[in-house]
Write a protein of this length. Structure first.
Length: 290
């Protein structure tokens, strides 16, 4: 049995409150920045990912150990300082409301969570929070990484053209331009499907952490998420091509930037959720057999 001095116990409790308060403040700052960016979809996704990370953390709350070295505390404080500095710059940056992912904003949750983990348990204790850190990395990390890869807009344009051709439209494609007899549309990077693919990849990670499946299916699930994200966005681009050439700007705006654009994101999530539910169901049947 280990005797804990009353003063040490009070210091430990005070440290926990400080860490909790710091974490809450960082989350509040991040959510405020996302709200100011006008990206309602990412705001909702951020809530989902933070709730998922909180669920995972809550299950291991009793095993929390406050044991951090001086180096870890310095690194953690430096990361918090970097996060606050980046956040202050974003407040006056016109790129905050850009359609393209902002690396500083998208990586803010992961960097701030890494900082809190270092302050809490040090470098050696990071493995205790690998699931929470993984979740918050996949909130914004994939979208940042995808922007560094070659633009897939030409592939999206070809896929949307194929869908239109298959459904009977007289359509052709030239690079990122989809041409119909009454006009054409250009598939920009923001409409390529990268954002949808990144979000569904993150949703796949949430599913794999909260509802684990076998190792073989763990490889399959992210691939399914990426394909669904790309496919649903391809349908959206095909619809945009039809509406864009129909000279109905009000309807085009509704499905392109208005509330209608969010419907496709919801549909993609529902389709993936159904697929993952079927995978989990098949997993339970297999486990019962053995």
């Amino acid at each position: 049995m280990k005797v804990i001095h009353p003063i040490s116990a009070r210091l430990l409790q005070k440290s926990q409150y400080w860490l909790l308060g710091t974490a809450a403040a960082l989350v509040a700052i991040y959510m405020t920045l996302v709200w100011l960016s006008g990206n309602i979809a990412h705001f909702g996704m951020s809530i989902l990912f933070y709730l998922s990370a909180m669920i995972v953390f809550w299950e291991k709350r009793h095993s929390l150990v406050l044991q951090s070295s001086v180096l870890s505390k310095v690194l953690g404080a430096a990361l918090i300082g970097f996060s606050l500095w980046g956040g202050s710059i974003l407040l006056h940056d016109p790129q905050l409301t850009s359609d393209l992912p902002n690396p500083v904003l998208r990586l803010f949750p992961f960097v701030s969570a890494l900082a809190i983990s270092l302050l809490t348990s040090g470098l050696q204790g990071l493995k205790r929070y690998r699931q929470e850190l993984t979740l918050l990395f996949f909130l914004g990390g994939p979208s940042v990484i995808f922007t560094l890869l070659p633009d897939i807009s030409p592939i999206t344009a070809r896929f949307a053209t194929f869908l239109l051709w298959y459904t009977g439209f007289n359509v052709s494609v030239q690079d990122v331009y989809i041409n119909l007899p009454t006009g054409g549309v250009k598939v920009y990077t923001g409409c390529s499907g990268i954002e949808s693919m990144a979000y569904l990849l993150g949703i796949a990670v949430i599913g794999l952490i909260l509802f684990p499946v076998s190792r073989s299916k763990q490889i399959l699930v992210p691939i399914i998420a990426l394909l669904i994200g790309f496919g649903v966005n391809g349908v959206r681009v095909a619809l945009m091509a039809i509406l864009g050439t129909a000279q109905n700007q009000e309807l085009f705006h509704y499905w392109h930037e208005g509330e209608g654009s969010s419907i496709f994101g919801v549909v993609a999530m529902l389709v993936f959720g159904l697929c993952y539910w079927l995978i989990c169901k098949q997993q339970r049947i297999s486990d019962q057999k053995f």
